[in-house]
Design a protein around this ligand. Structure first.
Ligand SMILES: NC(=O)c1ccc[n+]([C@@H]2O[C@H](COP(=O)([O-])OP(=O)(O)OC[C@H]3O[C@@H](n4cnc5c(N)ncnc54)[C@H](OP(=O)(O)O)[C@@H]3O)[C@@H](O)[C@H]2O)c1
Length: 223
């Protein structure tokens, strides 16, 4: 087949180029997924940081984070910005995407009012994020594994039963399925928890957080 007829490379956008964002980027790049990534810094200023922490990732402006993934597929953006900064993230940047909420609530962080209100009501933070980013389909995933472990635990060539299991929760079945496919491509065994509120067990005080679980172990916590 000539080059003209090659399928475009799948691209995922990552909002946040810190510890988590760059660990996800390296793991995706190793799995053959192209990555657009942004931070508060202009793309040019981000270039040097990416050479060290996520070589091969393409720095973009935040407002461009969804462009390539929406046009080339699969239309997924990962939110890897601390929750205390979320008022600075414009929901328009991720409009029309499947938005992976990889964030966590830390009680020392001063939260935006809309998020603090949900936390005070003991709701999962992803429900508040789904309300805030209402033009995206929010899927809770990738938040319960540490950046130290992502690359080393990823085993894209291993059988699913030998991989580390990672949970995925979302109200929309198609969006949840797309994220499960990405998690699998990255080298994990994706386990559906069902709707977004079920993702409560993925949070820092929950039983899945930072624990290397197999699918069977993980399913013990699912009701
Ligand atoms: N660290 C982990 O092991 C891990 C694992 C899974 C999930 N998480 C969760 O992921 C979130 C981020 O954690 P982290 O450890 O990666 O934090 P971090 O190392 O502090 O990195 C945060 C990144 O977000 C960027 N950022 C902040 N405001 C932004 C904005 N308005 N627009 C675009 N980018 C913005 C920062 O930009 P600059 O670089 O320009 O400052 C930085 O690149 C937290 O909720 C955390 O709980 C963390």
């Amino acid at each position: 087949m000539s080059e003209d007829h090659q399928e475009p490379e799948p691209v995922v956008g990552i909002l946040g180029a810190g510890r988590a964002g760059t660990a996800f980027a390296r793991t995706m790049l190793s799995a053959g997924i192209a990555v657009d990534i942004c931070s508060t810094r202009p793309p040019k200023a981000l270039q040097h940081h990416l050479k060290i922490y996520a070589p091969g990732a393409r720095p973009v402006w935040p407002a461009e984070i969804a462009e390539r993934t929406l046009s080339q597929g699969p239309g997924i953006v990962v939110l890897a910005v601390p929750q205390e900064e979320l008022d600075e993230v414009d929901p328009q940047w991720v409009s029309g995407t499947v938005l992976i909420d990889a964030t966590n609530t830390w009680h020392h962080e001063p939260l935006p009012g809309w998020l603090q209100a949900a936390v005070d009501e003991q709701l999962p933070s992803s429900m508040a994020i789904a309300g805030r980013f209402g033009t995206a389909q929010v899927v809770k995933a990738l938040n319960h594994i540490s950046h130290h472990e992502v690359e080393q635990a990823a085993a894209p060539h291993a059988a699913h039963e030998q991989r580390r299991a990672l949970a995925v929760a979302a109200d929309d079945d198609d969006a949840r399925g797309q994220v499960m496919q990405l998690v699998s491509q990255m080298g994990f065994d994706p386990v559906s928890l069902g709707p977004l509120p079920a993702g409560r067990i993925m949070e820092p005080d929950g039983p899945l957080f930072n624990r290397p679980l197999s699918r069977q172990d993980l399913l013990r916590w699912v009701r």
